[in-house]
Design a binder for this molecule. Structure first.
Ligand code: HXC
Length: 289
């Protein structure tokens, strides 16, 4: 897994300590993309809280991130399921007790798998919508008091696959479209309180769980399809995160920052597999309810 180091500050474009005294709260913070977002914030002076379902994974990641900057405090809270608002509220309470405040929130926890409509059960659809959409709502709900007090900022992690129809992703596309709509509404509602709300929509990011779940075997190497001719790196998402949370973005709210090298403009990743792969799945006479 690619992680960041001190060179992000020494050789990077951002100023050291721009987030000094601030705290970022991140769901899914032990995962591939969100972890590197946290690393960037910590390297630039912030303290952080990462929450997740898996206790060991979350605590281990928090300890490793903490080592990136002397004096950094990174709290890992496991056993938190974003589908349960009370479990996030408890984590928020612990965070404020231990770190004093929350200024920034990244709603990053997500669930995904490829499934055609015929084999996607109602419960499977609900699971992904509950993690991605309801989970994003719950996260902001639980952090709202802190965000209001500290005139904070929010980043939702979305996707680009609902900009057009992507086979086998109806559940994720519906959930992420909801996340974008939630972000737009909250930008308008919370703007007068001093809270900024934006979305980052990552494209094909190399080495991530999402990418390994989605890249269909036997297709053209993905980087050849990307207009900038390379796969995304987690660092690309970290850079966008720093910008959106930094004072440089103080007039930026209600936006969707697509970080995909231009990929969504050239169509979905199923390419030459379409429509045969779809027909095949739909021939199964047994419809999973
Ligand atoms: C069809 C599936 C399935 C699959 C699970 N289900 N996997 N159906 N194909 N491959 C169905 C199950 O059969 C069940 O339905 C329902 O989903 C719930 O499954 P559970 O295992 O009980 O759910 P749960 O433990 O809550 O797990 C949630 C999950 C799981 C989303 C299903 O995959 C998960 O926890 N994922 C978290 C990690 C993750 O996905 N990370 C990737 C994020 S990347 P039935 O009917 O049998 O009860 C990402 C990128 C998005 O999100 C954007 C990409 C561009």
């Amino acid at each position: 897994m690619t992680t960041l180091d001190k060179s992000f500050v020494t050789n990077g474009v951002w100023k050291e300590d721009i987030f000094k005294g601030k705290v970022v709260f991140v769901t899914g913070g032990a995962g591939t993309i969100c972890r590197v977002q946290v690393e960037a914030m910590v390297l630039l002076g912030a303290d952080a809280v990462i929450v997740g379902r898996n206790v060991d994974k979350t605590i281990k990641a928090a300890k490793e991130i903490e080592e990136l900057r002397p004096g950094a405090k990174v709290l890992g809270v496991g056993n938190v399921d974003v589908r349960d608002v009370q479990s996030i509220a408890k984590a928020v309470q612990e965070s404020v007790e231990k770190l004093g405040r929350i200024d920034f929130v990244i709603a990053g926890a997500a669930g995904n798998f490829l499934s055609d409509f015929n084999h996607l059960s109602s419960n499977a659809f609900k699971s992904v919508v509950s993690i991605d959409l309801l989970g994003s709502f719950n996260t902001i709900k639980a952090c709202f008091d802190q965000l209001r007090k500290n005139k904070g900022a929010i980043i939702f992690i979305s996707a680009t696959l609902h900009y057009y129809g992507v086979p086998f992703q109806s559940h994720v596309g519906a959930a992420k479209a909801g996340v974008d709509a939630l972000s737009n509404a909250l930008a308008v509602e919370l703007g007068p309180l001093g809270i900024r709300v934006n979305v980052i929509a990552p494209g094909a990011i190399d080495g991530t769980e999402g990418f390994s779940r989605l890249a269909p075997p036997g297709t053209t190497p993905m980087h050849e399809k990307v207009p900038v001719q390379r796969l995304g790196q987690t660092k690309d998402i970290a850079e966008a995160t720093v910008y959106l949370f930094s004072p440089a973005a103080s007039y930026v709210t209600g936006t969707i920052q697509v970080v995909d090298g231009g990929l969504w403009h050239v169509g979905n990743f199923m390419g030459s597999l379409y429509p045969s792969v779809v027909k095949q799945q739909n021939e199964d006479p047994e419809v999973k309810l």
